[in-house]
Design a protein around this ligand. Sequence first.
Ligand code: CDP
Length: 230
Amino acid sequence: MKKISIAIDGHSSTGKSTLARQLAKSLGYVYIDSGAMYRAVALYAMENGLIGETLDEAGLVGHLQALELGFKLNPETGRSEIQLNGENVEKQIRTIEVSRYVSEVAAIPEVREKLVRLQQAMGAEKGVVMDGRDIGTVVLPGAELKLFMTAAPETRAARRYKELLDRGESVTFEEVLRNVRHRDHLDSTRATSPLTRADDAIRLDNSDMGLKEQYERVRSLADRILNAKK
Ligand code: CDP
């Protein structure tokens, strides 16, 4: 059976990674979480004194060459998890603190250049599901199936708020909603590869859609493409 590439882009907290994981698992494909890579760079900047009153862009760019990023299977979770300079930072990158800075870090052209190059190398073979903001437009423009996911900001903030509470973070719903809106704005208005729907991406608003329904819809889209390829 021929393999395809699947690109999932969209606004923050739209459940891209949940859908991407389900698809990768059922198709036997590799899942790549491009957002985790931007989050890891933001974490690095925070831990190395590059974020004070403002983000030290030039300082961060100076460190980029020495920064090693990759994914490694964690046998305990069964998931491939982000590694920053050889250390598993999967947990540390999911905090609201990292969410606060990540979109500024992701707007730096040199950061994007490095990460896009890595992502393209990881996605060079078919049989990959990658999620992010610029996957269908920049990273894998040749992907056979492209999705653009969105939902009402309040719905997205409620989902993320629950996730953060479950992980034991103390945040307020308003803070999460503000962060979701702020990142939407920064991600959509930045100069280098802003978040935008690729012409050939299918729009999916999941404000009122359950996980199962969403998965089944997208899986049938993938099957149609795969059957036509046989
Ligand atoms: O999980 P959530 O949708 O909230 O975000 P994420 O996928 O973990 O991505 C975190 C941030 O990284 C986004 O808000 C973007 O600023 C940036 N990002 C990006 O610029 N390009 C990508 N391909 C992926 C993420």
